[in-house]
Write a protein that binds this ligand. Structure first.
Ligand code: PEP
Ligand code: CO
Length: 490
């Protein structure tokens, strides 16, 4: 397409707009010095990769690919470890293999990875009992992610520090470097999906039938590839190489704009900190700073669509964010919650479809995590596997029933053996995680993630349903049968 860069936009034009979730740094001079430094540093991704992803999203918009986007709620700098990165990569690869096999179409893999360091919060402050005097409370700034401050509950830890933007940039670069090296070295070669096994998979409680199904898939994928090679298919090498793109919420606009650049021989500006930045549900105000920033970059962009988003508002957002109706540009990530999805999603789909000539194509993705918060009686923030799966399946069915198509899924997950979400069939004594199990390894500083088994179970259930099948008998109790009911959003 012939892109025409907007003349009333610059990487800093967002500064004239009201900024939701704005970080207040005590030392403005230090912020400017950091931004200056970021400006001079090399990009983390290239415009070539970004355009490639845009092309793949455009195909997904036509129903020819499916998007799998997943990773931590909040990536942590302390988690920039080879084991954690490899485990995330492996779970995304394993899930994508199940989906490719079930859907019979290529999957676009996008990690919430290499830069998912900034978090919007419901409240700018957090209050806890005073450790020294329990009759009093202490109020401090909330934790806004490692790009901004530290998770520890002390005044020192919670002070926003601009130097953390440089730390975030560097750790995103280290993560990406490792991911690229692994992929380049054939770590994700489809000839050997058996190598994608996670170390603990053998003793993890993945139900035997799912484990057997996965083995059968990996066997048949590698046999298929070998057959194609044997008959002289030359494109196999390219096909067998798995790709992974990166994404994060573009929350801290100082950081995002410092990494927004022009590149030779292309029109306009690219955010070169990530392939697919998204606008969070709390920062998508039409007149706000985030929408102003995002409208001018050339990346494909995600928009979170929560239950507070009216159909007219969504259409107006699309008009502003994609005025040239570019294919592959818009990814709508609905996170409505299992109790609202049936009521709200059809109207949103219809409004976008009715305005298609004006707003261009979109990719509808379901984020079944953020609309389904649950708080246990003990006050632990969790989510139920059943709610997550039920919203996902409901979204699939709703799209199908109105002649639209669910084009992807957005998940908070990890390849590690954490205990943060309730339910699933694997895990503790293979009966799924219960309230009392959550304390064993609750490692997220923010929202609860699906663990390895829960992620794989979800991939199998989705692949099966999208292939026309029903969910297996064990999962048929329906929504809310285990654990507490969803509470208010946190
Ligand atoms: C998130 O994806 O972690 C998040 C905060 O999402 P949302 O903007 O949908 O609440
Ligand atoms: Co989250």
């Amino acid at each position: 397409m012939n892109y025409v860069a907007p003349t009333d936009w610059s990487p800093l034009s967002w500064r004239t707009r009201l900024q939701a979730q704005q970080i207040v740094y005590p030392d403005r001079g230090a912020v400017e010095r950091v931004v200056e430094q970021l400006h001079r540093l090399p990009p983390l991704v290239t415009s070539f990769e970004i355009e490639k992803l845009k092309g793949q999203i455009a195909q997904a918009q036509q129903g020819k690919r499916f998007l799998l986007q997943g990773g931590d709620c909040a990536e942590q700098i302390s988690d920039c470890r080879p084991e954690a990165i490899a485990a995330k990569l492996k779970i995304l690869l394993q899930m994508s293999l199940v989906l490719v096999y079930g859907l019979k179409m290529p999957v676009v893999r996008v990690g919430r990875l290499a830069g998912q360091y900034a978090k919007p919060r419901s409240s700018p402050t957090e209050t806890r009992p005073d450790a020294e005097d329990p009759s009093r409370t202490v109020t401090l700034p909330s934790y806004f992610g490692d790009l901004v401050n530290e998770a520890g509950f002390s005044a020192e830890a919670r002070r926003p520090d601009p130097a953390r933007m440089l730390e975030g940039y560097k750790h995103a670069g280290l993560t990406l470097n490792f991911v690229r090296s692994l992929l380049e070295a054939g770590f994700a070669d489809l000839h050997h999906p058996e190598y994608w096994d996670l170390g603990f998979m053998r003793h993890a409680g993945l139900p035997g039938d799912l484990r057997e199904q996965y083995r059968a898939i990996t066997r048949s994928v590698s046999e298929g590839l070998r057959f194609m090679e044997a008959v002289g298919e030359t494109s196999v090498d390219q096909m067998a190489r798995a790709e992974l793109f990166t994404s994060h919420e573009g929350l801290n606009l100082l950081y995002e704009s410092a990494l927004t650049r022009t590149v030779p021989r292309r029109e306009g500006y690219y955010n070169l900190s990530t392939h697919l930045p998204w606008i969070g549900d709390r920062t998508r105000n039409l007149d706000g700073a985030h929408v102003e920033y995002f409208r001018g970059i050339r990346n494909p962009i995600g928009v979170k669509v929560g239950k507070g988003c009216e159909a007219g508002e969504l259409v107006a957002l699309l008009r502003t964010l994609n005025p040239q109706r570019e294919a592959g540009r818009m990814v709508l990530i609905a996170r409505l919650g299992v109790h609202e999805v049936t009521k709200r999603l059809p109207g949103l789909i219809e409004a976008v479809r009715a305005s298609a000539a004006e707003v261009g194509p979109v990719l509808w993705v379901c984020d079944p995590m953020h609309g389904n918060p649950v708080t246990t009686s003990g006050g632990i923030k969790t989510r139920s596997f059943d709610h997550i799966l039920a919203e996902l399946i409901a979204s699939w069915e709703i799209h199908r029933s109105v002649g639209s198509r669910l084009g992807g899924v957005h998940l908070e997950l990890t390849g590690e053996d954490v205990t943060e979400c309730l339910g699933g069939r694997g895990g503790e004594q293979a009966g799924g995680l219960k309230e009392q199990d959550l304390a064993r390894n609750y490692a997220s500083p923010c929202d609860p993630r699906l663990n390895y088994e829960q992620s794989m179970e979800l991939a199998f259930a989705l692949a099966q349903r999208m292939n026309g099948g029903e969910r297996s008998a064990e999962g048929k109790e329906g929504v809310g049968s285990r654990g507490p009911v969803p509470g208010t959003e946190g």
